[in-house]
Design a protein around this ligand. Sequence first.
Ligand SMILES: [Fe+2]
Length: 272
Amino acid sequence: DRLARHAGARVRPVGPGRAGAVVGLVDPTGFPVGVVHGADSHPALPEQVALPLNTGTAKRRLNATQRPAREPARVQRLGHVVLETPRFGAALDWYLDTLGMIVSDFLFLPGQRGLGPTMAFLRCDRGAAPADHHTLAMHLGPGSGYVHSAYQVTDLDALAAGGEYLRERGYRRTWGIGRHIQGSQLFDYWRDPDRLMVEHFADGDLFDASVEPGWAPLSASGLAQWGPPVTRDFLGTTPSPARLRELTAALRAEDTELTAARLLALMKAMSS
Ligand SMILES: [Fe+2]
């Protein structure tokens, strides 16, 4: 009710046969956002068992072998969604103001920190309760839309064995396996049959509301602590007619924040 009043929207039932109420909003990029309260909750599925690891000095597994199953990674939950928008600043303000999200990390174009960030990792403000480093991440770009969504799996072996399973069935890895910097997740990115990007991740950071936002320059090499070099497919820098059309439209649009100068700086950062 408070959100509906704040946004000048209405509270509606979710739909026939389903519990809960929804407030339907549209963010400054034009993405529909439905905020649901009182939805049905379902019992958790059984967890894929995390392996007992022997480290250099802490030995937890004795007289027993390590045989992780070659099986699909079992997804535990949706972790985050990443969006691209030519109206980054307006969209960022909207998510902070309307949903009360808080910033875990900002990325800025090298040498342009004074002009503000061009990427932000947002988490839910749960006060003293820890929340995922990012539930939503957004970056400035010519496109308006989905970049990827990320699904948590139990640990590195589940991630790697799940990747082998996908590879054996002819799916194409976009980027991975590595460990991110912002959020620290172990990551593995894939394309589904519709060419949508999806991520398996494990071991992400959890922050309570006391952690202040970090600031770092945006660069291709700054997206991972370790792992193979980032791919053009992941960065979305593979030239295509659709991408070129997006670019021309974004540069021409009246409400765009993507100037030619920022685009050049962005392309430079993505190749450094
Ligand atoms: Fe991700």
